[in-house]
Ligand binder design. Structure first.
Ligand SMILES: [Zn+2]
Length: 400
């Protein structure tokens, strides 16, 4: 069994951490009929894993006018059959969708919409990960879409043709915007490849069709107003914000069951628990993530989330203990402001401000402390004494 990837969601992971989806099917339809007729929408949604895709964050997909997308596949230093397997996977996507998605191969990565590379360096990803896809964004625009394949397996051996082809099919799905995973092993976007006869399910194609019938949050080229008027909104497809939060929790729990040792899955589960106000479960999962990561910066951020959960539970003693423990074990600009955060939350506002002013007096570059003081200043409209001491502390350090 080969794990595919998990990195395509890392963007959200690192941004949110600081702030507090049988058988083969033929699918022949011209591109315009990709739009879903909303009269039986709920039935279509139920027969797809679009909830899992959207639960990962935004709706990301290409503008339909951008097809055929240009695809670069690295050839240097790569066995010919690797290149053929990847290109064959692209052509399979094109034929199975009746050309709804289409590709043209280019010989240079420059200006290519999609890029495929082969490398031995898979960073911190688990050894059985064969491929991963990553989008990069500039604001809401897709700036880069890259798939990386491992050059050789754990034993230094070249991959079989079929393995690479299977992984390519899956990763191309991600690069088309199927950001999440299916919980059903018969689907292409199930995160682990175990079948040699790996192919599209009806659910895969329904999910793709739904995705390309939706207004995207991130895309490569602006979508015209007339086009937008024909598209479905996120709310139409999956319901309101509360439902989205529940879906995020369900999707995260599924991913965590499939890849229990993956810290980014566990982190998303913790975050989903927190957003659904299941603070005790969130704390438990944050602790699991802490035990799985090496970076002390990351540990501090996770302890900050735990502190925040205790505050939400109004368990100020536990919050304070967590804040003190974190600062003592991992002194940093963030961990030092955890205690005043708890103090302020429990109403000891003067203590919090005094402590924050001391922090700023010693280290005017502590942006967490400075930002927090400014927030307090704006919030405490009637507490003149508190406001004056904040102004004094900030002025002394030339921060205002
Ligand atoms: Zn995947």
């Amino acid at each position: 069994m080969k794990n595919f990837d998990n990195i395509h969601c890392m963007k959200k992971f690192f941004i949110t951490i600081l702030l507090m989806f049988m058988g083969t099917i033929s699918y022949s339809s011209p591109y315009d009929s990709i739009y879903i007729n909303p009269y039986n929408l709920q039935e279509i949604v139920a027969n797809s894993y679009i909830r899992g895709v959207i639960a990962q964050g935004d709706v990301t997909r290409w503008n339909k006018n951008s097809f055929p997308l240009s695809v670069y596949v690295q050839t240097n230093g790569v066995p010919d059959y690797y290149v053929s397997a990847v290109k064959k996977a692209y052509m399979r996507w094109q034929s199975v969708t009746g050309g709804a998605v289409s590709f043209k191969f280019v010989s240079s990565p420059q200006n290519a919409d999609m890029k495929c590379y082969f490398t031995s360096d898979f960073g911190n990803l688990s050894e059985d990960t064969v491929g991963y896809h990553q989008f990069k964004y500039m604001d809401d625009k897709i700036a880069d879409s890259t798939i990386k394949f491992r050059l050789v397996d754990q034993n230094g051996k070249q991959f079989q043709n079929q393995v690479l082809y299977n992984v390519a099919l899956h990763e191309i799905g991600h690069s088309l915007g199927l950001a999440g995973h299916s919980s059903k092993s018969g689907d292409l976007m199930y995160p682990v490849s175990k079948s040699r006869n790996y192919d599209f399910s009806k659910r895969d194609l329904t999910t793709l069709k739904l995705l390309y019938s939706m207004v995207p949050d991130n895309t490569d080229k602006p979508i015209s107003a007339s086009e937008k008027s024909k598209l479905l909104t996120k709310a139409q497809v999956v319901g309101g914000e509360e439902r989205l939060k529940q879906d995020a929790q369900t999707a995260a729990r599924i991913n965590t069951n499939i890849t229990p040792q993956d810290p980014s899955s566990r982190y998303r589960l913790a975050k989903a628990y927190q957003e659904n106000k299941n603070y005790s479960q969130a704390i438990k999962e944050y602790k699991n993530v802490i035990s799985m990561v090496d970076s002390t910066d990351l540990k501090v951020k996770l302890y900050a989330e735990i502190t925040s959960c205790y505050i939400s539970l109004k368990n100020y003693t536990a919050a304070q203990n967590c804040a003190n423990y974190t600062y003592k074990k991992y002194p940093s600009r963030l961990s030092i402001v955890l205690l005043p955060t708890v103090q302020y939350a429990k109403g000891a506002k003067t203590d919090a401000v005094v402590r924050l002013c001391q922090i700023v007096a010693k280290d005017r570059d502590n942006e967490y402390a400075v930002t927090f003081l400014k927030q307090i200043y704006n919030q405490e409209k009637n507490n003149t004494k508190l406001k004056l001491s904040i102004i004094k502390a900030l002025k002394e350090q030339n921060l205002i």
